[in-house]
Write a protein that binds this ligand. Structure first.
Ligand SMILES: NC(=O)c1ccc[n+]([C@@H]2O[C@H](COP(=O)([O-])OP(=O)(O)OC[C@H]3O[C@@H](n4cnc5c(N)ncnc54)[C@H](OP(=O)(O)O)[C@@H]3O)[C@@H](O)[C@H]2O)c1
Length: 272
């Protein structure tokens, strides 16, 4: 990434986090530009990161090695079609737009190298995780550039098949909300068991954080960690048995299946 020039189309939340992450990793302001229709958005991102901004997308990508499409999925078709005449085949297009397939982008952009990514919201705190898929035209150097870009806001994992992005959407894309739901439910249950709401919330949050840290630091998988903290006939076992008797695993499988199905369905609708 030492000399890579990156142009962001759309300077909203995700672009701002990616730019912040890249700057924190030592990328020069001169290596980054952004375009956005909003004058306030441009002024904000320029003031915060010292980068050049443009109202015109075509101008922003002049001479860039990497073009990051960071607009809402609904805006992708118009943005791609308008960019098409300004793009050169040596520029890799990195899309973070949920649900827009490489086939749709190729139809709108022409035969560009494309990396399609699915980040998640914790990227805003540089704690995200992204799935990445590259089309055959993407060179190994461009793969490294895309990986470095997404790594600036968390972990980046390559996928062999584009379809797997539906599963990534189901697991990590939508995943933060599942943990929020569990946090909500545990807080409410703690309150019903007699704790003040604020205490129940703090206990739940710190437990979630501690458990995640333990799981990340551990050299054994989550199932083994769970076994280790579940003594026979103890309190944890009573709760786990209750979860499982009520079909917890099947419930999770069904929920993620619904998310993956919806992701594929949306890709079809948005690609028209
Ligand atoms: N936020 C997340 O956690 C997350 C997670 C995974 C994937 N994503 C994907 O990331 C993309 C961006 O999301 P976001 O949350 O950063 O959205 P956002 O904050 O709304 O940013 C999008 C920006 O693009 C601008 N824009 C609209 N039309 C444009 C055009 N024709 N040319 C250039 N810029 C244009 C918007 O301006 P206006 O507001 O004036 O329209 C806005 O400033 C989305 O496709 C989303 O699916 C986001």
């Amino acid at each position: 990434m030492s000399k890579t020039c990156i142009a962001f189309i759309g300077a909203g939340n995700m672009a701002a986090s990616l730019i912040g992450g890249l700057r924190a990793q030592g990328l020069e302001a001169a290596q980054i530009r952004a375009s956005d229709p909003g004058a306030d958005t441009r002024a904000r991102i320029s003031a915060e990161h010292g980068i050049d901004t443009f109202a015109d997308n075509g101008q922003a990508i002049e001479g860039a090695d990497v073009v990051v499409l960071a607009v809402k999925p609904q805006a992708m078709k118009a943005v791609c079609e308008a960019l098409r005449p300004s793009l050169s085949p040596s520029q890799v297009v990195v899309s973070i737009a949920a649900g827009i397939t490489c086939a749709s982008m190729t139809q709108w952009l022409g035969d560009q190298p494309i990396v399609r990514c699915m980040p998640n919201t914790p990227a805003l705190l540089r704690q995200g995780v992204s799935g990445l898929y590259a089309t055959a035209q993407v060179t190994s150097e461009q793969r490294l550039q895309a990986e470095a870009l997404l790594s600036a806001v968390g972990m980046a994992l390559w996928l062999d098949e584009e379809q797997q992005l539906d599963a990534v959407t189901a697991v990590s894309g939508s995943g933060p909300a599942y943990f929020f739901l569990l946090i909500e439910a545990m807080t409410a249950a703690g309150e019903k068991l007699g704790l003040p709401r604020e205490t129940a919330a703090k206990l739940t949050l710190q437990t979630a954080l501690g458990a995640a840290h333990m799981a990340v630091a551990s050299d054994v998988d989550a199932a083994e960690l769970r076994r280790r903290v579940t003594s026979p006939a103890g309190t944890t076992e009573a709760a786990i048995k209750s979860f499982q008797a009520n079909g917890f695993e099947a419930l999770v499988e069904k929920a993620l299946g619904a998310a993956a199905h919806r992701s594929a369905e949306m890709a079809e609708q948005l690609g028209k």
